[in-house]
Design a protein around this ligand. Structure first.
Ligand SMILES: *Cc1c(COP(=O)(O)O)cnc(C)c1O
Length: 650
C-alpha cells in the first residue's frame, strides 16, 4: 500500500536513501567551493597551503572534533521523528528536495531581508508564496493587480502576527483617510462606517487614494502622504487613534476555542490585549457558525468593532477543520449590515491538504473525484471548507509541518497584494509614477513588509525547490497527504476493532470522526465512572509513549502524544455523548476538582508516509494496536472486568 512515488522523497526510516542525499550534499558542496574560487580565480589562497600542518591548526581541529562528537552523541537523545513508530506531534521525516536545497544554500548565506543581500533567494521566497497561493485558490499571476502576496516566516506564530497587523492596517486606513479629508475623494460618512468597510472595499479605497495622490505634483503629494501617515494607527498607536476617534472602541478578534495560543500572544504583542480575543464556541469539534453570528450580531448592536474572524484549518490538538465557507459568507452578510471585518484562516497545520483538492492546472477538483480516493475523506463540510479558502482575506500555512520542510519555515499569504502596501515600513507605499510596476521589484525589499528582519534565504530555497519537484496538486505533492489520510482511515477502523476486542476491559472510543490525518482515542477502564480516574489512567499509558528528555536513550515501542478534550471545544451535546460512550458520570466532570475539568485522550498524528510497509508486510498501525492491546490488558489486569459484581472506582 505504500506509494512507490514516495520512495525517493525522504531519507527514510532506515536511512534507505543515504546514498542519494550524500551524493547531492557532496556534489553541491564541491560546486560551492568552485564558485568561491571562480569569483576571482587569479587571487591566491589566503589561508596558507601548509596551514593544516601547523600545531595550532591541528589542535583547533581536535577541539572541533571533540565538540562535534559530543554534540552528535547528545543529539542521539533527539526524538526519532523519522520513525514510523513516531505518531505523536506534527512532525515526521524531511523531504529530500527541501533538505538538499537548504544544505546547498547554507554556505552562500543569503539574507532574505532584501534583494541586495539575496539576489536569488528573495525571488524564490516570493515564488514559493505564489506556489502556495495557487494551492489555496488565490490569484497567483504576478501580472494581475489583484495577485496574492505572501512571504515566509519563522513559523505559523509569526504568520498569525502578520495577519493581525495587516487586518488592523486595512481596517484603520479608511479612518485615517477621513481624518485628513482629501478633497474630491469619496469617503465613508463617519468613523464607524470607515472602520467597518469590507476588506475588499477598503482595498478599493486605498487604490483610489493612490491614484488621487499620483495625480498631484511632487510637493503636495509628499505633504498629503505625510498627513495621512500621521493620522494612521501605526503612527498614533491604539491609544492615540482611539482618542482621536471617540466613536470607536478597540476592535475584537473572534477565534474558535480550539485556536492556537499564538493568537493570545499576538493580541498581547499588538497591544490589543488578550481581553479583546473572544472565543467562538464549537459544535461537533468545529467552529459553530451560528454562535459566531450571534456574537457578530451583538457586536453590531453594541457598536463593537471586529478586526478579524479566525477559522482554523486543522486544529493543533485535534486536526479538525473549521467551516471556512461559513466564515466568508458571514463576512459578506455582516459587511452589508455595516459590520466589516477580515477573515483569516489559520491553516498552519492543514494548509498542504489543499493539494488534494487541486488539479495540476490549478482548478478545484470535484468532490466526487477527491472522495473516490478515500473511504471517508473528505466529508461535504471539509470539501466546502477547502473550496472556500480562496475567499479568505489571509492565510497561514506552515511548510515545516505538513510540508515536511526543516523548521524555520512558516508562511503568510494575503489574497490581494494591493493591501500589503499598508504594511510597508516606509511611507512611500504609493508607487511613484516613474517606478516600474513589477511585482518582484516591489517586494524585493522584503524587510519593509515583514515582521522579521534578517532571515534565512536557505529556508526559501528549501520551500521553493520542494514545490518545484513536487508541485502542489493531487498528482504530485498530494500523494503524500493521500497516503497519510488513507493510513488515518485504517487507523480509525482498526481502533473500532480494538474497542470490540477489549470491550470487557476498557471503553475505547474515537471521540469524534477525524477530519484529516490526526486521530484521537479516549480510553476508560471498564467499570470506572470517574473523569479524574480515567485521566490518571490515560496519563499512565502515555508515560510509556513519551520521549522523556531526561533519559539517556528514550527507547519506546511507540511515541505518541496526549491532548485534552474540554467541554468548551466539544459543546454541551457532544460532551454528554462522549461521556456516555465512555460510561463516565457527567457529575464527575467538575472544574473544581483536580484534573477533572477535561478528558485526557491519546492523540496520534499520522504524517509518516511509511506506516504501511508493503515490502516487508508490516503495518505499523497494526503493530501499534497490538502494542496498545497488550498494554491495556496489562494495565487493567488487576481490575474486575466489565459486568463483574464490583463496580468500585479506582
Ligand atoms: C502549529 C500551529 C501554529 C503555530 O505555528 P508555529 O510554526 O509553531 O509557530 C499556529 N496555528 C496552528 C493551527 C498550528 O497548528
Amino acid at each position: 500500500m505504500s506509494d512507490p512515488a514516495l520512495h525517493p522523497c525522504f531519507l527514510g526510516p532506515y536511512g534507505e536513501n543515504d546514498a542519494l542525499l550524500e551524493k547531492l550534499v557532496v556534489e553541491f558542496l564541491r560546486d560551492h567551493v568552485y564558485w568561491r574560487r571562480n569569483v576571482h580565480p587569479e587571487d591566491p589562497p589566503a589561508i596558507p597551503t601548509d596551514a593544516a600542518n601547523q600545531p595550532a591548526f591541528r589542535e583547533f581541529e581536535a577541539r572541533l572534533r571533540r565538540e562535534l562528537h559530543s554534540l552528535s552523541a547528545a543529539l542521539k537523545r533527539s526524538v526519532p521523528f523519522h520513525s514510523p513508530r513516531y505518531i505523536g506531534h506534527m512532525v515526521s521525516d524531511l523531504l529530500i528536495p527541501g533538505l538538499a536545497a537548504q544544505i546547498l544554500t547554507l554556505p552562500y548565506n543569503p539574507n532574505n531581508v532584501s534583494g541586495d543581500a539575496a539576489p536569488v533567494t528573495v525571488d524564490l521566497e516570493l515564488r514559493a508564496a505564489l506556489q502556495l497561493a495557487r494551492m489555496l485558490g488565490y490569484v497567483d499571476d504576478p501580472a494581475r493587480p489583484d495577485c496574492a502576496f505572501g512571504h515566509l516566516t519563522s513559523g505559523g506564530t509569526t504568520a498569525n502576527y502578520q495577519a493581525l497587523r495587516l487586518a488592523l492596517a486595512l481596517k484603520a486606513f479608511p479612518v485615517a483617510l477621513r481624518a485628513i479629508m482629501p478633497p474630491g475623494l469619496d469617503l465613508p460618512g463617519d468613523d464607524w462606517a470607515a472602520f467597518n468597510l469590507r476588506p475588499g472595499d477598503a482595498i478599493e479605497l486605498l487604490q483610489r487614494w493612490q491614484q488621487w495622490l499620483a495625480a498631484l505634483p511632487p510637493g503636495p503629494r509628499r505633504r498629503w502622504r505625510q498627513r495621512l501617515e500621521q493620522a494612521r494607527i501605526e503612527h498614533l498607536g491604539l491609544a492615540g487613534f482611539l482618542a482621536a476617534h471617540p466613536q470607536l472602541k478597540a476592535p475584537v478578534v473572534l477565534a474558535p476555542v480550539t485556536a492556537h495560543y499564538s493568537w493570545s500572544k499576538g493580541m498581547k504583542l499588538l497591544g490589543l490585549g488578550r481581553a479583546q480575543l473572544q472565543l467562538i464556541p464549537e459544535r461537533g469539534m468545529r467552529l459553530d457558525v451560528e454562535a459566531l453570528e450571534g456574537m457578530l450580531r451583538r457586536c453590531a448592536i453594541e457598536r463593537q468593532p471586529v478586526l478579524l474572524a479566525v477559522g482554523v484549518l486543522g486544529t493543533t490538538e485535534f486536526g479538525t477543520l473549521d467551516p471556512i465557507d461559513g466564515l466568508v459568507s458571514a463576512r459578506e452578510r455582516f459587511a452589508a449590515e455595516g459590520l466589516g471585518f477580515s477573515v483569516h484562516v489559520d491553516a498552519a497545520w492543514g494548509g498542504y491538504l489543499a493539494t488534494l483538492f487541486r488539479e495540476p492546472d490549478g482548478t478545484l477538483r470535484a468532490h466526487e473525484d477527491v472522495r473516490s480516493q478515500f473511504e471517508f475523506f473528505p466529508s461535504p463540510e471539509v470539501y466546502a471548507a477547502f473550496a472556500a479558502l480562496g475567499q479568505a482575506d489571509s492565510i497561514t500555512v506552515d511548510p515545516h509541518k505538513l510540508g515536511y520542510i526543516p523548521y524555520g519555515a512558516g508562511a503568510f499569504l494575503c489574497r490581494d497584494q494591493r493591501a500589503a502596501t499598508l504594511l510597508a515600513e516606509d511611507a512611500d507605499y504609493v508607487f511613484d509614477p516613474g517606478e516600474p510596476e513589477d511585482y518582484f521589484a516591489r517586494y524585493r525589499h522584503l524587510g519593509r513588509y515583514i515582521p522579521e528582519g534578517s532571515k534565512p534565504g536557505a529556508a526559501a530555497a528549501a520551500v521553493y525547490v520542494t514545490h518545484r519537484v513536487l508541485p502542489l496538486d493531487h498528482r504530485h505533492f498530494g500523494r503524500l497527504p493521500q497516503q497519510t489520510i488513507r493510513t488515518a482511515e485504517l487507523f480509525y477502523q482498526r481502533a473500532q476493532r480494538l474497542a470490540e476486542t477489549l470491550a470487557d476491559r476498557v471503553r475505547l472510543r474515537v471521540p469524534f470522526v477525524p477530519d484529516s490525518n490526526l486521530v484521537c482515542l479516549a480510553i476508560n477502564p471498564a467499570g470506572n465512572r470517574d473523569v479524574a480516574a480515567m485521566n490518571a489512567f490515560v496519563r499512565g499509558l502515555y508515560a510509556e509513549m513519551r520521549a522523556d528528555p531526561g533519559e539517556h536513550w528514550p527507547q519506546r515501542e511507540f511515541y505518541g502524544s496526549i491532548t485534552t478534550l474540554r467541554p468548551e471545544a466539544l459543546g454541551p451535546e457532544d460532551t454528554l455523548r462522549v461521556l456516555g460512550e465512555l460510561d463516565l458520570d457527567p457529575a464527575s466532570l467538575d472544574e473544581d476538582r483536580d484534573d477533572a475539568d477535561r478528558l485526557v485522550i491519546l492523540r496520534h498524528t499520522l504524517m509518516n508516509p511509511f506506516l504501511i510497509d508493503s515490502e516487508n508486510g508490516i503495518s505499523y498501525i497494526e503493530r501499534y494496536f497490538e502494542h496498545l492491546e497488550r498494554r491495556l490488558r496489562a494495565l487493567t489486569a488487576d481490575r474486575p472486568a466489565a459486568g463483574a459484581i464490583h463496580s468500585d472506582v479506582a
